[in-house]
Design a protein around this ligand. Structure first.
Ligand code: ATP
Ligand code: MG
Length: 436
């Protein structure tokens, strides 16, 4: 464990780089350190031509409009963006007037959704550093919330997320040294990380998400600030935390993200129950349980990368698997799900997990010993069992456990696989599973 160097947390004004707007609104200098990057146009037109068309129409109407955020970052890295976001000098109302298929959403900060048959694109107006406080009347303060391109860039979280792309000139517009950090493959906050993490603790999980997903380094001060500010995480709203756990686990970086959560100490604040089990394993040196979980995360990453469908229950069942250790390892299958409920309940309540998800997770874990018992008895599979609505999710978990734990469970899974194939109950064409 590293020992963080303590620093005096700085005020937001002090953290803004030269040229950025202060909170009191002096005009920022527009520094364009960008470069010509035609591959972003090609990528956008291939993957999301609608974004190109939206930008073109806004620009033809006399406004500025850029691609922004994750799509610029991912295209510059040669990746495939999850979504394409657009930022413009036009106000939400002006954007709405340009697109019949659009509507204004959001209360605190309004933006426009432009809807297509298979996707929705988000168009937001450049924002200033000054945001209306909760409960303030947007009609009075809304002029203050709109800003300039550099102001908008500086209020974003990480330098690699603060890049704009101008489709017309094919230039990256970089106010925040995001290009430098993309090349260094480093996650840097825009401004002082101690301030930025205190302003919004969820950014700490985002730092870990981007580092693990993109395989980037955390800058030294970002790492230190994560360690120092981790307690702030308890102040974040539960739905945002839950959303970020889902995103941490998605897209193939679950193992690395979990490792960073533990190493920085954030795991203890995010989920003390999980942290306690892991610590117990480490202390009593339960090497096999410990290894099994890391292997399970790696198998999950491999499944995601291979394109297997991952639902919330699948993802949570892997992340929270240590909470279910008794259910998996102790004694014969139980006739009820009380133990599972006990382990998950406090976590589910605190993070406000959906009831249907927690119910499904319990079913998945409850089924684990049934898989073993049936394999041991080499019993025929009943169509009734296979048509249960939880079957595919439970089988997914069993397969991943077999891969990661090895030993007898791998033999059991092989028997299941063979039997399922032989009985033509292959996973993808199981009969309707509406019973529950
Ligand atoms: P992903 O690929 O996961 O969608 P993303 O970078 O697009 O990554 P989003 O959550 O979609 O992330 O947010 C879009 C952009 O909005 C980010 O790139 C960043 O510039 C900005 N942003 C999002 N959340 C925050 C935050 N908490 N604080 C500051 N800026 C943020
Ligand atoms: Mg995004």
């Amino acid at each position: 464990m590293r020992h963080p160097r303590r620093r005096r947390p700085r005020l937001a004004e002090e953290t803004l780089p030269p040229g950025a707007a202060s909170r009191h609104g002096s005009a920022p200098e527009a520094i364009d350190r960008g470069c010509v990057e035609p591959s972003v146009v090609d990528g956008t037109m291939a993957l999301c031509p609608e974004a190109g068309r939206i930008i073109e129409r806004i620009v033809r109407s006399g406004f500025t409009a850029f691609l922004c955020g994750g799509c610029v970052r991912d295209l510059l890295l040669g990746g495939r963006p999850k979504d394409f976001d657009i930022v413009t000098s036009a106000t939400p109302r002006q954007v709405k007037r340009l697109f019949r298929n659009s509507r204004i959403i959001g209360r605190r900060f309004r933006l426009v959704h432009v809807t297509f048959p298979d996707k929705v694109l988000e168009v937001s107006t450049f924002r200033s550093a000054l945001e209306p406080a909760e409960g303030q009347d947007l009609l009075i303060y809304q002029d203050n919330t709109f800003g300039t391109p550099p102001e908008d860039a500086f209020r974003r979280d990480f330098t690699v997320n603060g890049l704009f792309y101008d489709m017309e000139s094919q230039r990256v517009i970089d106010f925040v040294d995001g290009l430098r950090d993309l090349k260094r493959r480093t996650i840097e906050t825009i401004g002082d990380p101690w301030v930025r993490f205190r302003e919004d603790p969820v950014r700490m999980l985002r730092a870990i998400k981007f580092a693990s997903r993109l395989n980037f380094m955390l800058a030294d001060d970002v790492y230190e600030a994560l360690v120092d500010c981790r307690g702030e995480l308890r102040k974040a709203a539960a739905p945002r935390l839950l959303e970020e756990i889902l995103r941490l686990m998605n897209l193939g970086g679950a193992r690395d993200a979990s490792r960073l959560l533990l190493r920085t100490g954030l795991m203890e604040d995010l989920c003390p129950e999980l942290h306690d089990v892991l610590e117990r394993w480490a202390n009593r040196d339960d090497r096999s349980a410990w290894d099994n979980w890391w292997n399970l995360l790696a198998s999950f990453d491999a499944a995601v990368t291979a394109g297997e469908p991952v639902s919330n229950p699948r993802l949570f069942s892997v992340f929270f698997a240590p909470l279910y250790e008794r259910e998996i390892t102790d004694g014969p299958p139980r006739g009820h799900t009380l133990d599972i409920e006990d382990a998950l309940s406090p976590v589910a309540a605190r993070l406000r997990m959906a009831r249907k998800d927690t119910y499904r997770i319990r079913q998945m874990f409850h089924a684990q010993k049934r898989f073993v018992a049936r394999a041991a008895g080499r019993k025929r599979l009943s169509p009734q069992l296979l048509s249960r609505d939880w079957f595919e999710d439970a089988w997914f978990l069993f397969r991943l456990r077999a891969e990661s734990e090895g030993g007898s469970i791998r033999e059991d899974a092989a028997w299941w696989q063979e039997t399922l194939e032989a009985e033509e109950f292959a996973r993808h064409d199981l009969p309707g599973r509406d019973d529950r």
